[in-house]
Design a protein around this ligand. Structure first.
Ligand code: HEC
Length: 204
């Protein structure tokens, strides 16, 4: 794994301030930084016993998108990054809160433009979920597909490209201007290009 210079670590410090929460368990080079040379283990997690209740029948939704430590690190950064929203005030974690099994105790959640029409479901262990489709209306066929629909939703994160809202492409241009993504996408995908597909893979 490539070692990042201390100059690069400064941008991760900014990242932690933006994300505001939940990186406490990430091994850090210095307080409040991500050590990309010493990533947290995401790839080799045991299946929790309660999910393994029927041995040999555990469904695994990672499919064609196997978990890697750097991919999941990038996904985690995206999940907590309020830069993803048009107002810079909302991230995935605003509605999917870790301490609530990645759900929201409120019946409806606050997005960039008002409240969601439905409850924000828990995302914990979505990897092993037996449902074959996602969302209340089962509109998403895979976890990957569901990853960027909230970004394009005019109420949730806002990059709908309709009714005067910016487009997804404008979000990508914005993220290209955020220093830490070049390093993270480069490590995860071999070059720094940011695409919707890559965001989906990392977030899932
Ligand atoms: C403003 C609140 C809000 C934000 C922000 C948000 N979500 Fe959601 N999420 C919801 C709601 C509400 C649903 C249920 C949607 C539906 O079924 O119509 C949902 C559904 C989901 C589901 C489907 C779960 C299942 O079991 O069917 C996934 C996965 C998901 N969101 C991931 C994300 C990711 C990743 C992000 C960030 C890119 C995100 N969400 C941002 C509110 C939010």
């Amino acid at each position: 794994m490539k070692q990042l210079s201390s100059a690069n670590f400064q941008s991760f410090f900014i990242l932690i301030l933006l994300s505001g929460a939940s990186f406490s368990s990430v091994k850090a080079a210095e307080p409040g930084t991500l050590d990309l040379a010493n990533l947290q283990n995401y790839a080799n997690q045991p299946v929790p016993k309660y999910i393994n209740a029927t041995p040999g029948k555990v469904k695994d939704n990672t499919g064609e998108n196997p978990i890697t430590d750097i991919g999941a690190t990038l996904g985690r950064v995206l999940f907590y990054d309020k830069n993803l929203s048009t107002t810079n005030t909302v991230s995935c974690a605003s509605c999917h809160q870790q301490e609530k099994a990645f759900s929201d105790p409120a019946q409806k959640s606050q997005g960039v433009a008002g409240q969601t029409a439905r409850h924000s479901p828990r995302l914990i262990n979505a990897r092993f979920s037996e449902e074959t489709r996602f969302r209340w209306d089962e509109a998403a066929g895979t976890l990957e597909e569901q990853m960027t629909t909230p970004v394009r939703n005019p109420v949730e994160i806002g990059y709908s490209g309709a009714d005067g809202n910016p487009t997804f492409k404008e979000l990508i241009t914005k993220l290209e201007g955020v220093k830490y993504y070049a390093a993270l996408f480069n490590l995860a995908f071999g070059d720094p290009e940011i695409t919707e597909k890559r965001m989906q893979l990392a977030l899932a």
